[in-house]
Structures are given as structure tokens and as C-alpha cells.
Design a binder for this molecule. Structure first.
Ligand code: PGA
Length: 252
């Protein structure tokens, strides 16, 4: 059975007290609603990570970062290494989010380097892929996702793949209020599973969780999550409100 996962991506939101408050209220919700049917992960700005271990202690909620350095350590001013992330107690890192690809020009080979290093450091990687609107309109969205996975992720050794979660996030759906239809999500997730099958074989294809991301909210999450190849979600805007995020987790 594949793991169901709902991960919040806070992006560059929440100062320290606000983040502490949000994490506390999510923890509290699941203490009183003993119905956690998915692994829940909070991917926060780096500043929150050292505090989250204590705040979330006693819950099943995990936490992680939204980016990491591609190098081990050393003279890389402003960077945060995988080892530093791990030392906070974090167990996840998002790699290849479309905002990193487009605003910080992160390309497939850099993302592979980050993913490989993160996994070798012991972190779980939520690896994002997804096409732009013109790419979908030109009907080349399958080819785009294939390239992102083949060049960015499929260089990983099979034995490291247990730590990989894939998030399909059509860029036109991120933060726009436009969501892929459940059918569109299912089609792409099924395609991703076929790519996994041809590269790594049936065990990995069956066991790798593939999350959907892009304007997920309490009102649409249930329908999207009910698709057979959708194993949960990566949630941006709606992860900033405890009630909405918890309702999305409940939708699993
Ligand atoms: P959104 O963002 O839910 O606000 O569309 C998703 C993401 O970027 O991970």
C-alpha cells in the first residue's frame, strides 16, 4: 500500500510567532480528532525548523524544508545544507518547486544533485514537476513532465527511491484558483506511474506516492484525492489556515 501524504508548503509566509501558532493549532486539531489517515508534513521556512520538533512532539506530524543547498558544506554564503536541515529534526525537503525553477533558474541537473544529496543525508524528498499553461495548451505537457523526471530524478539509484515522493503541480494551477480536474490529475499521475514502471519496475511504481498540488482546498480535495493514482496533496495557500489545512487532511 502506498502512503497517503498531505504536505503543507508555507512558502515565504509566516514570521516566527505566526508559524509557531499555526503549527500548534494544527497539532491541537489532530490531538482531538483522532482521525489521521495520511502522513502530515509541514514544509516551512528554515527559521521555523528548529522549533518544530518540540512543538510537534507527541503528534504524528512531520516537518521539512522547502529547498536545500546542492553542496555539502563550506563557502556558499546564504545557503542551508541538507545536514543542517536534518540536524533540526526535519525529515523532508521539497525539491524542484516551480517557483524555484522559474525565479531561481534551478534546472534539472541541479535538482538531481540536490535530490541525491538530500536522500544520502537521510531526508525524504518531495520532488515537484509540472507543466506551464502554454505547454498544456500546446499538448506537450506529458513530454515536459517526462523530461523533468528523467533528467532530474531518474538518475537516482533504485535503492534511494524509497525516500522519494513525487508532486505533480501543473504550474497554471499554483496559486491561481484554477485546479486540474480530477480527470486531468489522474491522467498525469497514471502517466507518471508508467514512467516509474519503465525506469524502476513495478514495485517502485506501485509504492511511490504521487501527490497533486495546485489550488487544493477543502471543497475540491476529496474529489481529487479519490482518484486511484493520487496519493494526497502538496498544499500551498490553504496550508496557511489551520482549519482549511486540517479539512484537506480529513478529505483523504
Ligand atoms: P497552492 O500552491 O496550493 O497555493 O496552489 C501549491 C504549491 O505551490 O505547492
Amino acid at each position: 500500500m502506498r502512503k497517503k501524504i498531505v504536505a503543507g508548503n508555507w512558502k515565504m509566509n509566516m514570521n516566527l510567532p505566526e508559524g509557531v501558532e499555526l503549527a500548534r493549532s494544527i497539532k491541537k486539531y489532530f490531538q482531538y480528532n483522532n482521525s489521521l489517515k495520511a502522513d502530515v508534513v509541514l514544509c516551512t521556512p528554515f527559521i521555523h525548523l528548529p522549533l518544530l520538533g518540540d512543538i510537534l512532539k507527541g503528534s504524528n506530524i512531520s516537518f521539512g524544508a522547502q529547498n536545500c543547498a546542492s553542496e555539502h558544506s563550506g563557502a556558499f554564503t546564504g545557503e542551508i545544507s541538507c545536514e543542517m536541515i536534518k540536524s533540526t529534526g526535519a525529515t523532508y525537503v521539497i525539491i524542484g518547486h516551480s517557483e524555484r525553477r522559474s525565479y531561481y533558474l534551478e534546472n534539472d541537473s541541479l535538482l538531481y544533485k540536490k535530490a541525491d544529496l538530500a536522500i544520502k543525508t537521510g531526508l525524504n524528498v518531495i520532488f515537484c514537476c509540472g507543466e506551464l499553461l502554454p505547454e498544456r495548451e500546446a499538448n506537450i505537457h506529458y513530454g515536459i513532465v517526462k523530461r523533468q523526471l528523467e533528467d532530474g530524478l531518474f538518475n537516482l539509484e533504485e535503492s534511494n527511491f524509497k525516500k522519494v515522493i513525487i508532486a505533480y503541480e501543473p504550474v497554471w494551477a499554483i496559486g491561481t484558483g484554477l485546479t486540474a480536474t480530477p480527470g486531468q490529475a489522474q491522467e498525469m499521475h497514471n502517466y507518471i506511474r508508467k514512467l516509474l514502471l519503465s525506469r524502476y519496475g513495478s514495485k517502485i511504481a506501485e509504492e511511490t506516492s504521487v501527490l497533486y498540488g495546485g489550488s487544493c482546498k477543502p471543497s475540491n480535495a476529496g474529489e481529487i484525492f479519490s482518484m486511484p493514482d493520487v496519493d494526497g496533496g502538496l498544499i500551498g495557500g490553504a496550508s496557511l489556515k489551520s482549519d482549511d489545512f486540517c479539512a484537506i487532511v480529513e478529505a483523504i
